[in-house]
Design a binder for this molecule. Structure first.
Ligand code: PA5
Length: 316
């Protein structure tokens, strides 16, 4: 398994440039997907947050919210094209006559997109879903740009690729811990991505939290049980955070020290814009999870527990 997020992103962005939206106007955008196929939607939403007047929603579930209508753009993302939650929500969106767009590498979603003449982008990369984020995100960025949700240029892909030393250092810090990745603002989805990559690739327990919310509950729970020695808060820090969130990070450091809870503050240098910072962190999350996989002697490609659950569900 190779961490090649940025190469995939650049190449697939070029291929996806010609994509067209299924409708000219819509009231809102809903992105459907699970696991490795849903995170691209989170990134698009984070980028759209400060730029778009149209709301962007992510659905990781079977059923569509009531507001979804023929005036909604629904984008269905599933690497395999066979994920049951996404297929169910896709069916409901068809019934509501929403404007639809499908992104998949094949499976039932591809079949149905072709059958019902729904605009479709095929993911050509052969990989595990979580390994294909660059390819899954690129068409979303193109659609987001065409829908006026975001602005993006080739210079946004100028990420730093030399992560080798950082990865070693960071992996050593959280090896044998239960990391809780913490992000604020544009880095909330990135904290989620760290968590999911460490779970699936490294076979290691990990969680994520968001700032400022964590300051209103999580820190109150650091007193019990008496030993939290396995936890390690990893705060993804950014010079782009709102000044009050930057202050919160500093105060959190004090609190973690007082409570004797392990923590790390991580930054990626060489990020001249927010979007490059997001991409740098995403590349780091991939590489870190692979490094941890090797330290844990885990196979990053196999997810036997997820396979078991999917098999049991299929058996009814
Ligand atoms: O990364 C993974 O392998 C999983 O999180 C999958 O993405 C998830 O189970 C959904 O499958 P798919 O991406 O094929 O829709």
């Amino acid at each position: 398994m190779r961490a090649n997020f940025i190469t995939q992103l650049k190449e697939t962005f070029r291929q996806a440039r010609g994509l067209n939206l299924p409708a000219k106007k819509f009231k809102e955008v809903v992105l459907l997907g699970m696991g490795g196929s849903s995170i691209g939607g989170d990134i698009l939403r984070a980028l759209a947050f400060s730029q778009s007047k149209i709301s962007v929603h992510i659905l990781r579930d079977y059923h569509l919210p009531r507001f979804v209508s023929k005036n909604t753009l629904v984008v269905c993302v599933s690497y395999s094209g066979n994920t049951e939650e996404t297929l169910q929500a896709f069916k409901e969106a068809r019934a509501r006559k929403s404007s639809l767009f499908v992104i998949a590498s094949g499976g039932k979603l591809e079949k149905q997109a072709l059958q019902y003449k729904i605009p479709f982008f095929k993911i050509e990369i052969k990989a595990e879903p979580r390994e294909a984020l660059g390819a899954l995100l690129a068409p979303l960025l193109v659609l987001g740009q065409k829908a006026g949700l975001i602005k993006i240029t080739p210079s946004d892909f100028a990420v730093q690729t030399d992560l080798e030393n950082k990865v070693k250092e960071f992996a050593a810090k959280i090896e044998n811990t239960t990391p809780i990745f913490v992000g604020a603002e544009h880095l909330v989805p990135v904290a989620r991505r760290f968590k999911t990559q460490v779970n699936e690739n490294s076979k290691q327990a990990a969680f994520f939290e968001e700032l400022p919310e964590l300051c209103h509950n999580t820190i109150a729970g650091l007193d019990n049980p008496p030993s939290l020695s396995n936890l390690c808060f990893v705060i993804l820090s950014s010079p782009y955070y709102y000044i009050r969130n930057q202050k919160r990070v500093k105060i959190l450091e004090e609190i973690f020290q007082q409570k004797k809870v392990k923590y790390q503050i991580w930054q990626v240098q060489g990020s001249p814009t927010k979007i490059i910072e997001i991409f740098n962190f995403l590349a780091l999350a991939d590489a870190l999870s692979l490094k941890l996989a090797s330290l844990n002697k885990a196979d990053p490609k196999a997810v036997p527990t997820i396979d078991y659950l999917k098999k049991r569900l299929a058996a009814r």
